[in-house]
Design a protein around this ligand. Sequence first.
Ligand code: FRU
Length: 519
Amino acid sequence: MRIVSFLFLFIILTACKKETTPDVKDVKKEITEKNDVVRFRESYRPQYHFTPPEKWMNDPNGLLFHNGTYHLFYQYYPEDIVWGPMHWGHATSKDLVSWKHQPIALYPDELGYIFSGSAVMDLENTSGLGSKDNPPMIAIFTHHEPKGEKEGKNDFQYQSIAYSLDEGNTWTKYEGNPVIGNPTSIRDFRDPKVMWHEASQKWILTLVAGDHAKFYSSPDLKSWTYLSDFGKDKGAHGGVWECPDLFPLTVAGSDETKWVLLISINPGAPNGGSGTQYFVGDFDGTTFTTSQKDIKWIDYGSDNYAGVTYNGLPDSDRTFIGWMSNWNYAQKTPTENWRSAMTLSRKLTLHKNDTYYLKSYPVAAIDEYSYDSKTYDSITNKYSLTSENFNEMRIDFEIEGALEDFEVKFSNVANDQLFLGYHKEDHSFYVDRRKSGKIDFEPRFAEKIHLAPARTDKNDHTRFSIFLDASSVEFFVDQGTTTMTEQIFPTQPYTVMTFTSKDHKMTQVRVSKMKRIWE
Ligand code: FRU
């Protein structure tokens, strides 16, 4: 009887314990989740753009689509909110808008910091680092050796690889690193972008070497053969060439295929500091050639740098992500726990009229994030709309007739004012953030109005989209024919939008809230 009652008591106690003492792991998880929610409401934390959980981020790296998942790796320093010894952070997405943070993928090692680079799926196991049944995911990056740099040497950057056999969760550095050394001591020798070149059945690697790009080929991602140089006498040269990307695109509405070479450059961008130029030409498996005479920029705003495109997607879905900052002030922006965001993921398309040009516009999935849309047939001169928070909104509108001056102003009770519009006199679109909120953390942030030469699709009808987030504005004309991306730091959310034009009305206006991605 005594044993029975003991047993009874034991069962009751165990049952109670189960109910009242949650698993330690669950508690931890709950706290982390709560922290995430709190943390992601800090002032200026973008609500539908990618940001790291905390600390410093710069370039997107290793953009790769595989098995239904988009991988985004990025230059990451997990100890501070300024640049430091580089790691590769990692995040994944199912739709290129909402992201899940993943553990850090690559840590600095005895060969150096882990600088920018790319990733591929080696499906045929050409590298032998996996198997045909479990092909390796391979990251190709620059090792930057800080000691050599400090000692004034010039050979401290070289290219290395790492592989993952579990979809990017854990990584092993290749024991034969570096795979491309730096025997001729090129000081800036970095940012390898690799792709599979169908025509020559080889891997092609593009990297930058100060003032030009270099191409290499390989059968196995481990042994590389130098092919050619491009660009010493082409394009913009106001700064160092960085983060190249080479890919084919078919000209919209035709069956003509051209090759596009993206080259980021810092400084030397049209509105100061960092920017990304591109060349349209041909690539025959060995050399890139172009007859392009003018300098083309993917974005005329100040905050779209080091952008590259996804591997693993069909060429008709060429998708681009850029770092939404500028080395002129990136390390001084007024955020506390983290620094920098990525641009919205954008689809790139190639077009031709008098010349070849790229359009870049947010991927279709972004439309799923608009809600509570309000539409207006027209908005006339000096008309204002109010909202609780324009900084989590998207505004689409159209303008009929040949473009004359117009301006859209976003403002708040603190009298912060952001202006976007068109200046007929110099045929330019513009973003003026000189009074947009906090601007005094670095003089070059709000030194001048930023201009973009006005390129539109038609002469008598123009479409506009403005995406505002807590600390950014992305301005698209005609689905990305002209694009401007800018950081802004309003002291409070903008609550008023005012349209001004002597000649135009805004038509087909749609003002939508944007869903938050961190919930
Ligand atoms: C571009 C860049 C790259 C380099 C990386 C280092 O922003 O300078 O050229 O690999 O950042 O973080």
